[in-house]
Ligand binder design. Structure first.
Ligand SMILES: Cc1cc2nc3c(=O)[nH]c(=O)nc-3n(C[C@H](O)[C@H](O)[C@H](O)COP(=O)(O)OP(=O)(O)OC[C@H]3O[C@@H](n4cnc5c(N)ncnc54)[C@H](O)[C@@H]3O)c2cc1C
Length: 411
C-alpha cells in the first residue's frame, strides 16, 4: 500500500502582515487534541477550503475532524484579497480552445453556480464577514484587448452567462475609466475571507465537527478501507476518508507540471479612502500581464493587487515588497484618477496557478479514499466551494456531473 512522508511541504504562506490579520472574529474554541482515534472523515487544513468542506460534510451523524498545523484561517486564506468571482482566469472563449467548448461552458457555469451557493451559505449561516454582492468590470489590457473581450461576451452569451461589452466611450462616461473596452458582469462578491472561513468553521463545529490546532499530519498510509494518518505529536488517526485541503502546501502525490506556484503582492489603504462611488458596487480586474485588480471594502479601503512574478520565492523579498506596493499604488491611482494615500498594509504571498485556470479536485491517484483540493487560480475561493460539493458528493456515494472537469486523472 502506498505510504508517503513529509506529505505537505511547509512554506511561508504570506510575508508581512495581511490586512485581515488585524480584524476581529477569527478565533475559534479549538480542541487541543483529537477526542477519538477513528473518524469518518479527517480534513487536513482549516482555511476556506477546509471550512467549506467541513460545512458540506457536517450532517450531524458523520464524525468529522479538521486539523491544522497553523491557527485556523492563518494560511493563504488570511492573505486573500477575496474577490469572489465566477470569472475564471482563462476567458471562456480561450478555455474552449484548450478543453473543448462543452467542457469550458460547464466549467464557467459551475463557477457561476458556486458563487451563488457561497453567497447562500453566508446568508443562511448569518456570518458577519463584510460579504457584499458585486458586479465585475474586466478591463481590456495587453493580454486581452477589446476584440478578445467582444469574442468573450459572445462565448458567454452562448453559454447563457450574462455579461455586457462596454466600449471605450461608455466606459469613460459611466466609470471615468480610460481603456479600450470592458466586460461588465454580475455574479461576484467580496468579503473578509478569514472571517468568512472562521464563521463557516464555527457553524460546522456547532454541528459536531471537531477542529484541532495546532496539529500536523506528517504521514499517510491508505488501504482499501481505511486511511491512517500520523501526527506530529505521535498519534495514528484513522478515517474512512481523508481530504487534503492544504492549499499551496499540497499533497506531494498530486504535484505535477500542470500547476505552479508564483509570487503575488497586495496592499490596502486606510478606511474612508476617497474613491469613485461606483467602486461600492464593482470589483475590477485587468486583462493585462502583469495584471492589476482592485476592490473597495465596506469601510472604504481600497484593496489592490497583482504584479505577479513566475517565481516560487520572490514574495519573500522585502525590497520587492516595497517596489511592488509602490507600483500597485501608482497603477491603481492612475486607473481610478485619484491620489491614493500610503497603504496601511502591504503583503506578499505565494499563489497557485494552473495552465487552464481550473482547480484540481478529487481522488488522489493511487491513494484510495484520499482526496485533495487545489483551488488554484484567481478565484480559489469559488473553487473551494466547487470542491466541497464534488468531494462531499463522492463521499456520500453520489456522483457529480462535473467531477471529470477537475479530476487529477482525467477520464
Ligand atoms: C495574495 C492573494 C490574493 C488572492 N486573491 C484571491 C481573490 O481575490 N479571490 C479568490 O477567490 N482567491 C484569491 N486567492 C486565492 C485564495 O486565497 C486561495 O485559493 C484560498 O485562500 C486557499 O484556501 P485553502 O483553504 O485551500 O488554503 P489555506 O488557507 O492555505 O489553508 C490550508 C491549511 O492547511 C494547513 N496544512 C497544510 N499542510 C498541513 C499538514 N500536513 N498538517 C496540518 N495542516 C496542514 C495549513 O497550515 C493551512 O492553514 C488569493 C490568494 C493570495 C495569496
Amino acid at each position: 500500500m502506498p505510504t508517503s512522508r513529509d506529505i505537505t511541504r511547509q512554506r511561508a504562506l504570506h510575508a508581512s502582515r495581511p490586512l485581515w490579520a488585524d480584524t476581529p472574529r477569527l478565533s475559534l474554541r479549538l480542541h487541543q487534541a483529537p477526542t477519538a482515534r477513528d473518524y469518518d472523515v479527517i480534513i487536513i487544513g482549516a482555511g476556506i477550503s477546509g471550512a467549506l468542506m467541513a460545512h458540506a460534510l457536517a450532517d450531524g451523524k458523520r464524525r468529522v475532524l479538521v486539523v491544522d498545523r497553523r491557527k485556523p484561517v492563518h494560511g493563504s486564506t488570511l492573505a486573500s484579497t477575496a474577490m469572489i468571482q465566477h470569472e475564471i482566469d482563462i476567458p471562456l472563449h480561450r478555455l474552449a480552445d484548450m478543453i473543448g467548448e462543452a467542457n469550458a461552458r460547464r466549467a464557467w457555469q459551475r463557477s457561476a453556480r458556486a458563487v451563488e451557493e457561497l453567497s447562500q451559505i453566508v446568508t443562511d449561516l448569518g456570518i458577519s464577514c463584510g460579504f457584499e454582492r458585486k458586479k465585475t468590470l474586466f478591463l481590456a489590457g495587453d493580454a486581452y484587448g477589446q476584440r478578445a473581450l467582444r469574442s468573450e461576451v459572445g462565448a458567454r452569451h452562448a453559454a447563457a452567462i450574462e455579461s455586457d461589452f462596454l466600449d471605450a466611450a461608455t466606459l469613460a462616461e459611466r466609470f471615468g475609466l480610460d481603456r479600450t473596452g470592458a466586460i461588465l458582469s454580475d455574479i461576484s462578491a467580496s468579503a473578509n475571507p478569514a472571517q468568512m472561513a472562521a464563521g463557516i468553521l464555527r457553524a460546522a463545529m456547532g454541528r459536531g465537527v471537531e477542529v484541532v490546532s495546532p496539529l500536523e499530519i506528517t504521514d499517510l498510509h491508505a488501504t482499501a478501507d481505511e486511511v491512517f494518518l500520523a501526527t506530529s505529536d505521535g498519534r495514528i488517526l484513522a478515517a474512512r476518508h481523508a481530504v487534503f485541503c492544504s492549499g499551496y502546501e499540497f499533497h506531494e502525490a498530486v504535484a505535477n507540471e500542470n500547476h505552479a506556484i508564483v509570487s503575488t503582492w497586495a496592499l490596502s489603504t486606510p478606511p474612508d479612502t476617497t474613491l469613485p462611488d461606483w467602486l461600492k458596487e464593482c470589483i475590477i480586474w485587468e486583462g493585462a500581464d502583469p495584471y492589476l485588480y482592485l476592490r473597495r471594502t465596506r469601510d472604504g479601503r481600497l484593496i489592490a493587487g497583482g504584479e505577479d512574478e513566475a517565481s516560487e520565492d520572490a514574495y519573500a523579498s522585502a525590497t520587492k515588497l516595497r517596489q511592488k506596493a509602490k507600483t500597485i499604488r501608482r497603477k491603481a491611482g492612475a486607473l481610478l484618477g485619484v491620489t491614493l494615500p500610503e497603504p496601511d498594509h502591504v503583503w506578499a504571498a505565494p499563489f497557485g496557478i494552473t495552465r487552464t485556470g481550473l482547480p484540481l479536485i478529487g481522488r488522489v491517484p493511487k491513494h484510495p479514499n484520499v482526496f485533495a483540493v487545489m483551488g488554484f487560480g484567481g478565484n480559489g475561493i469559488t473553487f473551494s466551494q466547487i470542491a466541497a460539493e464534488i468531494v462531499s458528493a463522492d463521499i456520500a456515494g453520489q456522483g457529480d456531473a462535473d467531477a471529470d472537469l477537475f479530476a487529477f486523472e482525467k477520464p
